[in-house]
Design a protein around this ligand. Structure first.
Ligand SMILES: Cc1cc2nc3c(=O)[nH]c(=O)nc-3n(C[C@H](O)[C@H](O)[C@H](O)COP(=O)(O)OP(=O)(O)OC[C@H]3O[C@@H](n4cnc5c(N)ncnc54)[C@H](O)[C@@H]3O)c2cc1C
Length: 496
């Protein structure tokens, strides 16, 4: 075991949306930072995916297996690299809706109230949008929360086919809106080029170690503080020491790391006196649906349209249903690679089918519904093995959303003659994972306090998607980024 003799102000584990963002924030404030990332630097995802057989290669899966409830292995769709999952994400930067922070009855249960409200996050949403260069347009979507500032950049222009569809959806009486997306000089902004790398280039006191997989956190004898962080780097064990430790491994891996760090003082896992670490895993119900393109398109364009008219329900169903967005060029969206059944249907329905043809002749839609926190949906570990026990819930709301969207497509899209192949995501799609260390003010019903510090350990924080008490139905990343900026401010205050 090699013991690093430097003492850091903050050790951050993971460089995704949460970790990359807070690393930059703290480094710019002059703190001495160590970042441990299990992956390596990787190229930004090209939008030339039309030439890549993503459907076959499972390129976006981690090189390891996890296990489902039955003990069946699967390869999780998660990316271990500098920038984490933002390196392959679609760039949609949505704020949660104001009501998402409140207690909301759903058809199958309750979406719980958050301990902080939209107004607490609002200033950080604005900062996050500036940092990640959000292109958007306010005012079209009636569910949109109030904003203190306009979007920093104007919306990405729609391709004519999508604009035509948007017009028809408007005529149908719905409210299509511009999907806010983060675009920089070199494509989608991510937590590497917007987080860690600028901090390193600026010469701040930040050390990034890649291929550094953190395997355990060790506490002091009282169990009240993390004393050392143990990592495996190229086959060698290292111990790192710092004043504060921030986990940002993603909701599933952060929970697994806490569980694996069990010791005498924390027999159920670190920070787990509530027995909630790993529980309440949420990941959205997701369905992808294809629509024949009115005219051939390049297959290479950003997603630019979303519809939230059914977000809170409709006249026939008074419970929330969810969010709909276009997928951009369909092969750009790697989540499509998780829906092979849809392809076999498409193959039957579309003459001369090939991936290229499919990309050029199709438009895709993502349907997302909130899944509700269930303590039985959980991450557990047995030695090296990681298990996900996840049973989807709130299914009727999702079915209703699918049914309503099919009705809209039938009414507004005569070309497809009512045929719209669709497929739902399997367990391996953990893109929107959250909830496994939820925050709150009561140590019995939450793992983290409202500052995202663990209730049980004084110097341990978690800033990835784990802290969500509910999953809402819009995509999570902007909230993770905004929260990392918020916790960054709290840590700067604490360290000074
Ligand atoms: C294909 C795809 C498309 C998506 N599109 C969108 C979108 O358009 N909009 C949106 O809002 N969200 C989207 N998401 C979700 C979004 O990317 C995630 O919500 C976000 O990246 C999660 O941030 P995080 O900080 O929780 O974790 P991650 O970004 O997953 O980062 C975790 C990091 O921790 C590292 N790590 C893990 N374990 C260890 C360890 N033991 N030691 C050291 N390092 C470790 C990982 O390598 C990784 O770098 C998408 C996700 C995917 C997969």
């Amino acid at each position: 075991m090699i013991i690093d003799d430097r003492f850091y102000d903050v050790i951050i584990v993971g460089t995704g949306a949460g970790g990359g963002t807070i690393a930059r924030k703290l480094a710019e404030a002059g703190k001495k930072i160590l970042v441990l990332e299990r992956g390596e630097f990787t190229e930004k995802e090209s939008s030339e995916l039309i030439e890549v057989e993503v459907f076959k290669k499972e390129d976006y899966h981690a090189p390891e297996q996890w296990y489902d409830r039955e003990g069946e292995p699967f390869s999780p769709q998660t990316s271990y690299c500098v920038g984490g999952n933002t390196k392959i994400y679609s760039g949609a930067l949505l704020r949660l809706r104001e009501q998402d922070f409140e207690r909301v009855p759903h058809q199958e249960g309750i979406s719980p109230e958050w301990g902080l409200k939209y107004q607490d996050f609002e200033p950080y949403y604005s900062k996050a949008e500036k940092l990640y260069r959000a292109h958007g347009k306010a005012g079209d979507d009636p569910t949109e929360p109030p904003r203190s500032e306009d979007y920093p950049l104007s919306p990405v222009e729609r391709i004519p086919q999508i604009q035509e569809i948007s017009d028809r959806i408007s005529q149908y009486g719905l409210h299509p809106a511009y999907l806010p997306i983060g675009i920089g000089d070199e494509g989608r902004t991510d937590a590497e080029d917007t987080g860690v790398s600028p901090a390193i280039r600026a010469g701040h006191d930040i050390t990034l170690k890649t291929s550094a997989k953190v395997v355990a956190l060790h506490t002091n004898p009282s169990g009240r503080e993390v004393k050392a962080v143990e990592a495996q780097i190229k086959g060698q064990s290292y111990l790192f020491i710092g004043h504060i430790v921030v986990l940002a491994c993603g909701a599933i891996n952060s929970a697994a790391l806490l569980l694996r760090s069990a010791n005498e003082k924390h027999p159920q896992g670190l920070a787990n006196s509530s027995d909630l670490v790993g529980r309440n895993l949420m990941k959205h119900l997701m369905t992808v649906i294809l629509q024949k393109s009115p005219q051939p398109n390049s297959g290479l364009f950003q997603p630019t349209l979303y519809i939230n008219d059914f977000y809170w329900g409709d006249a026939d169903f008074s419970y929330p249903m969810g969010h709909i967005q276009d997928s951009g060029g369909i092969l750009q969206d790697v989540i499509f690679s998780e829906s092979p059944p849809i392809l076999s249907v498409a193959a039957k329905l579309m003459p001369g089918f090939s991936l290229k043809q499919l990309a050029k002749r199709s438009l895709g839609w993502w349907l997302q519904t909130e899944d509700l926190p269930d303590p039985n949906n959980r991450v557990t570990v047995k030695g090296e093995k990681l298990y996900l026990n996840y049973t989807p819930n709130n299914l009727e709301a999702h079915d209703r959303l699918l049914y309503r969207w099919q009705e809209v497509l039938k009414a507004t899209d005569k070309q497809s003659r009512g045929i719209h192949p669709y497929g739902s995501s399997p367990i391996s799609v953990v893109a929107h994972q959250c909830g496994t260390c939820c925050f709150g003010s009561n140590p019995k019903s939450s793992v983290l306090d409202l500052n995202c510090r663990t209730h049980d350990l004084d110097n341990l924080y978690v800033v990835d998607g784990s802290f969500f008490p509910s999953s809402a139905a819009v995509s999570p990343v902007l909230t993770i980024i905004a929260n990392a900026l918020r916790v960054g401010d709290l840590l700067i205050e604490r360290l000074s």
